[in-house]
Design a protein around this ligand. Structure first.
Ligand code: XMP
Length: 321
């Protein structure tokens, strides 16, 4: 059955929130549910809806998969602590890096993350917590792109004919599946999240592994993580939908300390978009780009080239993997 879209512009946000809280309560009944908080607007919003519906019958986990941005677990846990929502951190770094070992194909990489997340890490947590339900923040754009065969978003199952109950042993509830990003932001504000979250830039489920071309090793993730810190610092004042640093696989000749270095290349992307379906590159001032490139080649060892993407989506997609 086609999902009925709710447009941000015409949504009655208060009514939406009340309805979703009621639906979650009714579905879970007297039982427990769990959810994974990544700190993005979608999962944060679902955490708040679930918390309002179920109180301490919702167990919220932050899965540290090793491919998140710098200091992400600490930052997110402390925000939710001030909101009165307890969050347990699960250290699953080794499991994810093992699953990513040797994988270079983009879709295989996404699939490895999906399987590790749902089949290994989550199935275990569901078992441990005696929950039958997982609440998650799938939005309509995730479904569209997966069904269209553009990208296998990490959190889409039913629309691909996969029954989560059969595949993983639990049911999935998706309160935001009728919304796009602009609608989720309105709901996130309405449920009391701070602006740092409801206006937070999107970040993909496969995290920094979507920004490493080829195998996402610990070392490469470390490099893209450093480039990401610099990119986010330098572009934070820019009005854009999303910006990112991508580590390329191809090497290029550069010069380091007067010597030839066959070094790495980082690509910067900065997008203007409303709902991520279409996007255009942001016309960033050259002096910002120059400073950004200068910092990356100085502060990230081994990087000798920084480029800026000037393509639109489509034909590009926003993430490189
Ligand atoms: P693409 O690369 O498909 O990205 O143009 C569109 C938007 O979706 C985000 N993205 C994801 N979000 N799971 C998510 O929750 C995913 O697997 C995923 N892949 C991409 C991306 O950051 C952009 O905002």
């Amino acid at each position: 059955m086609a999902i009925q879209e709710i447009k941000a512009a015409t949504m009655d946000t208060r009514e939406f929130v009340a309805k979703k809280i009621q639906e979650i309560s009714q579905a879970v009944e007297e039982g427990d549910a769990i959810n994974a908080l990544s700190g993005g607007v979608d999962s944060s919003c679902v955490t708040m809806l679930g918390h309002k519906a179920l109180g301490n019958r919702l167990k919220t986990y932050f899965i540290n998969n090793g491919i998140m941005r710098e200091n992400e677990p600490e930052t997110i846990i402390s925000i939710f602590k001030t909101l009165g929502v307890p969050v347990e951190v699960i250290d699953a770094q080794d499991v994810f890096f093992d699953a990513l070992k040797g994988i270079t194909d983009p879709e295989e990489k996404r699939e490895a993350i999906t399987q590790t997340f749902y089949k290994e890490v989550f199935a275990e947590l569901v078992k441990k917590s005696n929950s039958r339900y997982l609440l998650q923040g799938t939005i309509l754009t995730d479904v569209d792109e997966t069904v269209a065969g553009i990208k296998r978003q990490h959190n889409v199952f039913e629309q691909l004919g996969i029954d989560p109950q059969k595949a993983f042993g639990y049911k999935i509830i998706e309160p935001l599946v009728q919304l796009r990003k602009d609608g989720v932001r309105k709901v996130a504000e309405a449920v009391g999240l701070p602006e740092t979250i409801y206006n937070r830039m999107p970040f993909p489920g496969p995290a920094l592994s979507a920004r490493v071309i080829g195998e996402a090793t610990r070392e490469k993730i470390g490099i893209v993580k450093r480039a990401t810190v610099i990119t986010e610092e330098m572009l934070q004042g820019v009005k854009a939908f999303q910006y990112m640093a991508i580590l390329h696989q191809d090497r290029v000749t550069g010069i380091c300390n007067g010597k030839r270095e066959f070094g790495m290349q980082v690509e910067i992307r900065c997008w203007d978009s409303i709902d991520a379906r279409n996007a255009t590159f942001t016309r960033l001032p050259y002096d910002i780009l120059e400073k950004l490139a200068g910092r990356i080649v100085t502060e990230v060892p081994g990087v000798v080239s920084v480029t800026y993407n000037i393509t639109t989506k489509p034909p590009s997609t926003m993430e490189a993997v």
